[in-house]
Structures are given as structure tokens and as C-alpha cells.
Design a protein around this ligand. Structure first.
Ligand code: MLT
Length: 323
């Protein structure tokens, strides 16, 4: 009984303080649970920049990597719900993690307030320039004949780079070797350097490496080809008919964060997304805009719940490595 009252008191105090303090009156922190330089970090910094201008306060990115994003998610689940700490969440640690981690120190639904959803990002399968596979079929034929000899980088168990690589390998009947990093950024550096064979990475960070010919793109995870990579086939039209995947993201606050703060942050983002020059920049990176309704915190809350359930079924069906 005492614990409940103290939590309630905490929420009431934070709400009262926020209401009196024309929130936000100091910098806000967004926790990105991967190393700097990856797609989550890059997209978060871009959205934080435009959102901060609307909310009238700076948004500082705190990179807290490790364990596929679950370390950063735990940090925010335990943070003070005062409206100054948020999590940049995504389909891995806020969707698939409960199905993959036997011991998870947070619940993506019960321990967070869903604030707003980002637009989605498809991924590109890239290999090191000197890899013998000339196309996606050759890569997976090689992987089938040589189990655990194709080294695929990812951002940790349950990251989107890991999930997509595992799902595709399972569906193709191949065994690839998963090599975890603290983020897709460090993993991509090793594909460029030839230390590992390849990886799936979101388009916003994959495109520059492909354009500069530092890696070779073999396939995309979108249903149809991307205008920016017209010559790169989809998995759907090559080895996996019907396959489609992209990384979804969202901003979350610790449970109990006052509604005033959640709504102010959400509405600042919605205003930022009305700037066509900005959304054109996102679309140039093949980032897929959503109908405005789907950006709302209420929609993200429903989406998170549905994704946690979906990944439980997916993980049960395919032998994605558990922790
Ligand atoms: C992932 O889930 O692979 C992340 O997008 C990695 C990252 O952003 O660094």
C-alpha cells in the first residue's frame, strides 16, 4: 500500500511541478541504446533536431549501448518520470526482446508511456566489396553449402540487423554466423574493412556506403524496389517471395511521466513533420512516412503491444538464438 501511494505521490508531484514550470525549462535527454553512427542514432539525432526547435528546448542524445538495446531501455524504464528522460525505442528491444531474453528487466508495455512513433526504415543487405557472391541467391546458396561461414554483423541479440539476418537465413534454410557489435555503425565499418562478410542495415546509413562503393548492395527488405537503388532487387522478388521488413521506431517515457510532458513532446514532433523540406529529406533516405494518426502515442502503444505478441509467435516458429 505504501509503495502505491509513493508512486502516485511521485506522479502528482511531477505533474504539479511540470504544470507550474512551463515545461520544458531545461534540456531533455533522449537515450539511444546503440553506439553513435548507426541508423538509430542518425535518425534520432535528425528527429531530435527538428523536434527540439518546436518544443523550445535542446534535446541531448545519450548513447547507452549494449545487449541489443536492452541496457538503454532498462535505464529509461528506471529513470525518474519527470519529463526530461525519454527512450528512442525500436522493434528489437521494444518488440522482440520479451520473446528473446529469458531475463528482461523491463516490460515494453507496462513500464513506459508511448509518446510518438517515427517513420519506418527498410534495410539493405550489403556485403564486403571482395565477397565472391555476386547476388543474394549466390550468397545464400554459399551459406547453405558452408554453414556458419558467412559472418553477418549486427547490433546485438534482438537488434533489427540481427532479427532480419536470422529470419532470412531461417527462411532460406541457411546457417550464417551472427557477429554482435555495440551498434550497426561499428558493424558496418567492419563490412567496409572486410573483417566480416556482410550485414542488414537501415537505408539512412547504408546509402552513403553504397553510393561511395565501399560495400555492395545485394537486396533490399522493402516489398518493392527503392527508387534510390533501382538495380537492387528485393528479397520478395528473389529468394523469399512475400518477405518484407523494416525497422519501426518510437519515443517512450518512463511510466508515470506526466501527460503534459508526453503530449508536448508528441505535438512538437507532429509540428516538425509538417515541414515538407524535412520530410523530403527523410524520403530521400527511403524512410517511409506514415499517416499522421500512426505517429500518435496512442497508436504507438497499441503497435508495441501487437509487436510484442507477434514476435513471441515468430520466435517460437523460427530458431532465433535466445540469450
Ligand atoms: C539495429 O537494430 O540493428 C540498430 O538499428 C542498430 C543501430 O541503430 O546501431
Amino acid at each position: 500500500m505504501f509503495k502505491k501511494i509513493s508512486a502516485l505521490t511521485l506522479v502528482l508531484i511531477s505533474t504539479f511541478v511540470i504544470a507550474q514550470s512551463n515545461y520544458p525549462n531545461r534540456p531533455i535527454t533522449w537515450v539511444v541504446p546503440f553506439a553513435a553512427g548507426g541508423p538509430t542514432d542518425a535518425l534520432a539525432r535528425s528527429i531530435a533536431d527538428v523536434t527540439s526547435r518546436q518544443i523550445g528546448q535542446s534535446i541531448i542524445i545519450d548513447n547507452s549501448p549494449g545487449a541489443g538495446g536492452t541496457i538503454g531501455a532498462t535505464k529509461v524504464a528506471r529513470a525518474n518520470p519527470d519529463g526530461y528522460t525519454f527512450l528512442v525505442g525500436h522493434m528489437g528491444y521494444m518488440g522482440a526482446a520479451p520473446a528473446l531474453y529469458k531475463k528482461l528487466n523491463y516490460d515494453p508495455v507496462a513500464d513506459f508511456e508511448a509518446v510518438f512513433r517515427f517513420p519506418d526504415t527498410p534495410l539493405v543487405l550489403m556485403v564486403r566489396n571482395d565477397h565472391p557472391a555476386k547476388n543474394v541467391k549466390e550468397l545464400y546458396d554459399y551459406a547453405k553449402k558452408n554453414p556458419d561461414q558467412v559472418f553477418m554483423g549486427n547490433a546485438g541479440l534482438g537488434s533489427s540487423s540481427h532479427l532480419i539476418a536470422a529470419l532470412v537465413a531461417n527462411a532460406a534454410g541457411a546457417d550464417v554466423k551472427h557477429v554482435p557489435y555495440k551498434g550497426a555503425g561499428p558493424a558496418l565499418i567492419d563490412v567496409v574493412g572486410g573483417q566480416i562478410d556482410g550485414m542488414y542495415d537501415q537505408t539512412n546509413t547504408a546509402f552513403p556506403q553504397i553510393t561511395e562503393k565501399r560495400v555492395r548492395a545485394l537486396a533490399v527488405t522493402s516489398k518493392t524496389r527503392l527508387p534510390q537503388l533501382k538495380d537492387v532487387p528485393t528479397l520478395n522478388e528473389t529468394i523469399l517471395p512475400g518477405f518484407e521488413a523494416s525497422t519501426w521506431y518510437g519515443i517512450y517515457a518512463p511510466k508515470g511521466t506526466p501527460k503534459i510532458a508526453v503530449e508536448k513532446m508528441q505535438n512538437a514532433f507532429l509540428k516538425a513533420m509538417k515541414d515538407k523540406a524535412y520530410t523530403d529529406k527523410l524520403q530521400a533516405q527511403a524512410i517511409q512516412l506514415l499517416p499522421e494518426q500512426q505517429y500518435l502515442g496512442s497508436s504507438l502503444a497499441k503497435h508495441t503491444e501487437a509487436e510484442v505478441a507477434r514476435w513471441k509467435a515468430v520466435a517460437a516458429k523460427s530458431n532465433i538464438a535466445m540469450d
